[in-house]
Design a protein around this ligand. Structure first.
Ligand code: PML
Length: 250
């Protein structure tokens, strides 16, 4: 079956507002484009782009997403202290360095003090590897096959559509053998649930950032010998479709 990738994004005065992505068959194309337009067209965007491309290769099909787990803390400082301890165990990076990198995400990690457009990439020595520190790297071309059913199940459990999108994205990331973990906080000032993804789990953490802060972003933690061009190619170009969501730990 021929599949199409739809990628949409909106901005105002060159500041990114929102992005969304789907992979669908030709039958679902029109309806999905309209839905995605609704989704990105908010907060008075002055620029909206929608790109539709036929997938040029067969997607990798994954049976399940990472398993969702939830942790709650009394404030964002305690939550980040847990995140730093855990990420240090997984990656071997010193806690002071992790603390510095995470603080950068919370204060705008792009050289102009704004949010990076994509993720920061950090190796086990704690070194940043992005080819461009304004842009970072963006994970794209990933979706759930039965997206609407899964969305309904997640909403029924009290999760959000952001959970679904972030879960798809982090499942693609962690499927790559070079990515050891991911850290994420939203750039939406009111969305304070963030997550850490590991090889098995998508750990939703509440609250991972301070309410009212519009700075956010992602860090991908990678092995020291990662070939950075290959990693970009995988994250940006390799289509992945996920069949089901793993809820066993809830
Ligand atoms: C974002 O893209 O805004 C970050 C989403 C984080 C989702 C956390 C969750 O609700 O599971």
């Amino acid at each position: 079956m021929e599949l199409f990738s739809i990628k949409a994004r909106s901005s105002r005065e060159d500041i990114h507002i929102s992005g969304a992505e789907r992979i669908v068959s030709i039958k679902e194309l029109e309806k999905t484009v309209l839905n995605i337009l609704k989704k990105v067209n908010r907060e008075n965007a002055d620029f909206i782009s929608i790109k539709i491309e036929k997938l040029d290769r067969k997607p990798i099909i994954l049976k399940k997403s990472l398993c969702i787990k939830e942790l709650k803390f009394s404030n964002f400082r305690e939550a980040n202290s847990f995140a730093i301890d855990y990420l240090s165990e997984i990656t071997g990076i010193k806690k002071e360095r992790l603390s510095y990198l995470i603080a950068l995400i919370h204060s705008g990690a792009s050289p102009n003090g704004e949010n990076m457009r994509g993720a920061m990439i950090v190796n086990q020595r704690g070194e940043r590897l992005e080819l461009d520190r304004y842009r970072g790297v963006r994970t794209t071309t990933v979706d759930f096959i039965y997206r609407e059913d899964i969305l309904k199940r997640l909403l029924d459990l009290g999760f959000t559509e952001r959970t679904l999108d972030a879960l798809a994205l982090s499942t693609k990331n962690l499927y790559n053998e070079n990515i050891l973990a991911e850290y994420c906080v939203s750039d939406d000032r009111d969305y304070i649930t963030g997550y850490i993804a590991t090889k098995e789990e998508y750990i939703r953490i509440f609250p991972l950032k301070e309410k009212g802060n519009r700075k956010g972003g992602r860090i991908y933690f990678v092995k020291n010998d990662t070939d950075i061009n290959e990693l970009y190619n995988y994250l940006e170009n390799y289509p992945i479709l996920i069949k089901d969501v793993c809820l066993k730990k809830i």
